[in-house]
Design a protein around this ligand. Structure first.
Ligand code: IPM
Ligand code: MG
Length: 361
């Protein structure tokens, strides 16, 4: 029986995760997936309850599960915790990724044509919609390199990559590109950084095993510019941890809102951690207005990658497309003057669409 650990976390986390769990329960029922879900503490909520943002019990539960669905962690209340290793981002999110070996972060930035008006780009650039996959390396680079310190007015972060780390993420990206339009853009800063020179050379070596995929290289500053100039030139982008963090937020905004961007963090097997790319949004937490779609779409990715239930994943994605086509909008994706719905109404609408689509089939 597949076991899913649900980590709601902080801020809007509990609100958005609740909607995604309803969707998972519904598809599990319909597709006869014998799902078991269990909640556990993470982030500031875990710090408040246990003194640590990633309690050992939570990590253990995750290790023994098939997948993890995460809401968001962090908030202003926790930003000044000392030592910094006990802050939710550094103390929970990054260790979860590292301990669980989740080196491949897939962030599909999809602009539904009906949301073209919500994109920050001019309508003529995005009328046909967008579909870009950012493959971000997630357990290396500046986030984890040692030494890492801040003392006596001098701070250090270290960027380290080894060839095997680059090879494994490159393989993921080539395979993803192969299943799509067979174009892969590798993004680096090889004109300045040694890690980027190794990155580029290694990606080109791996490319020899994928002669059917067209590989291009782009410097990260140029990529940031090209994404807003002509985003349709991109299909799959592969890049290191920090560049991927930045470019995926930029790609998300092209799709209308950070509230639409799901993610899957994968390792060697089928285990994965699924979370929306946005944060805990403390400014709107508890107000019931957060967009649950990124989390619902993350649940769809969970069904696809960890449970091998492509039909169920596609059904959830179709239901999301349906509610958007019906004009439902949370405030983050509403055009000026458009009526909006709250978190729960949006979740219920996806649930209704799912039930209706399934009744039709
Ligand atoms: C993300 C987030 C995290 C990251 C933060 C919260 C540590 O921005 O998942 O993109 O930088 O990876
Ligand atoms: Mg980020």
């Amino acid at each position: 029986m597949p076991k899913i650990i649900v980590l709601a976390g902080d801020g809007i986390g509990p609100e958005i995760v609740a909607e995604a769990v309803k969707i998972l329960d519904c598809v599990a029922d319909r597709f006869e997936i014998d799902l078991q879900t269990e909640e556990a503490l993470v982030g500031g909520a875990a710090y408040d309850a246990t003194g640590h943002p990633l309690p050992p019990e939570t990590l253990e539960l995750c290790r023994n599960s098939d997948a993890v669905l995460l809401g968001a962690v962090g908030g202003p209340r926790y930003d000044a915790i000392e030592p910094p290793e006990l802050r939710p981002e550094r103390g929970a999110l990054l260790p979860l990724r590292k301990h669980l070996g989740l080196y491949a972060n897939l962030r599909p930035a999809i602009l539904y044509p009906v949301l073209a008006g919500a994109s920050s780009l001019r309508a003529d650039l995005v009328t046909e919609g967008l579909d870009i996959l950012v493959v971000r390396e997630l357990t290396g680079g500046l986030y984890f390199g040692q030494p890492k310190e801040n003392k006596n007015g001098r701070a250090v972060d270290t960027c380290v990559y080894t060839k095997p780390e680059i090879e494994r993420i490159a393989h993921r990206a080539f395979l993803a590109a192969r299943s799509r339009s067979k174009r892969l853009c590798s993004v680096d800063k090889a004109n300045v950084l040694e890690t980027s020179r190794l990155w580029r050379a290694t990606v080109h070596e791996v490319a020899e095993q994928y002669p059917d995929v067209e590989l291009s290289d782009m410097l990260v500053d140029n990529c940031a510019m090209q994404l807003v100039r002509d985003p349709r030139q991109f299909d799959v982008i592969v890049t290191e941890n920090l560049f991927g963090d930045i470019l995926s937020d930029e790609a998300a905004m092209l799709t209308g809102s950070l509230g639409m961007l799901p993610s899957a963090s994968l390792g060697q097997g089928t285990f994965g951690l699924y979370e929306p790319c946005h944060g805990s949004a403390p400014d709107i937490a508890g107000k019931g207005v957060a967009n649950p779609l990124a989390t619902i779409l993350s649940a769809a990715m969970l069904l696809r990658y960890s449970l091998d239930c492509e039909d169920a994943a596609a059904a959830v994605e179709q239901a999301v497309a349906d509610v958007l086509a019906d004009g439902l909008r949370t405030p983050d994706i509403a055009a000026a003057g458009e009526a909006t719905v709250g978190t729960r109404e949006m979740g219920e609408a996806v649930l209704d669409a799912l039930t209706m689509d399934m009744a039709r089939d």
